[in-house]
Ligand binder design. Structure first.
Ligand code: ADP
Ligand code: MG
Length: 141
């Protein structure tokens, strides 16, 4: 199986509620390693650029406002099938549809404030990691 890297963000609602440790524990318990990490209070420009693929969606303004409300915890997770594994641990976008035991089922308040972001495929993972971390600051194997 392939060792992959993926980008994870603990969104403002997660950081505000002191959930960084609880969420990282789920990743680590699943065998994913933290290969880079930092807190960052995103600017409007950074959030708009990160979510540019959604710029035509009706919720875009609300999403950017939410993501810039307070600091986020951005990390690179590394491990076997890290991209899909992270998405499984996160659960469905809408917490009402998320499986039992997932982060979004247990912690998310709404489809907008859904506590975590995770890259959805190899191309987005590569681009999203590069958006936030120079390769010299990613310490995986
Ligand atoms: P995911 O984060 O699961 O990959 P998407 O890429 O579809 O989901 O959407 C990006 C983010 O936009 C979601 O995580 C959520 O914060 C927000 N979002 C998605 N759909 C809606 C919606 N219908 N209303 C409000 N916010 C939404
Ligand atoms: Mg997405």
């Amino acid at each position: 199986m392939a060792i992959e890297r993926t980008l994870s963000i603990i969104k403002p609602d997660g950081v505000e509620r002191n959930l960084i440790g609880s969420i990282l524990k789920r990743f680590e318990d699943a065998g994913l390693k933290v290969a880079a990490a930092r807190l960052s209070h995103l600017s409007q420009q950074e959030a708009e650029g990160f979510y540019a693929v959604h710029s035509e969606r009706p919720f875009f303004g609300e999403l950017v406002e939410f993501m810039t409300r307070s600091p986020v915890f951005i990390s690179v997770l590394e491990g076997e099938n890290a991209i899909l594994r992270n998405r499984e641990i996160m659960g469905a976008t809408n917490p009402a549809e998320a499986a039992e035991g997932t982060i979004r089922k247990d912690f998310a308040k709404s489809i907008g404030e859904n506590t975590v972001h995770g890259s959805d495929g190899p191309d987005t993972a590569r681009d999203e990691i590069a958006y936030f971390f120079p390769s010299s600051q990613v310490y995986g194997g």
